[in-house]
Design a protein. Structure first.
Length: 83
């Protein structure tokens, strides 16, 4: 799977650091931050541009509109598939 050159996908340790929690909440506002059990974030140029969050009530994925359709969705799903 090929991502744009400046994009990386990471599964940060939980609980998310404050800056990452804020960015994830911007992308996925309905997810209770304290309930997240697994997270994968897409980062480009130091900014979080995508998030795939999982908690006991479900999971959700969101990507900034300018980054959709570039393989990031698949990379986020793959990052969480082993958890």
């Amino acid at each position: 799977m090929s991502l744009p050159a400046r994009v990386r996908v990471t599964c940060p340790p939980l609980p998310l650091a404050p800056a990452l929690r804020t960015a994830a909440a911007r992308l996925c506002p309905a997810v209770p931050p304290e309930a997240v059990t697994h997270a994968a974030l897409a980062i480009a140029g130091g900014a979080v541009i995508g998030a795939h969050l999982r908690w006991s009530g479900g999971d959700v994925q969101a990507i900034d509109s300018g980054w959709r359709g570039r393989g990031i969705e698949e990379a986020l799903t793959a990052a969480l598939s082993g958890t």
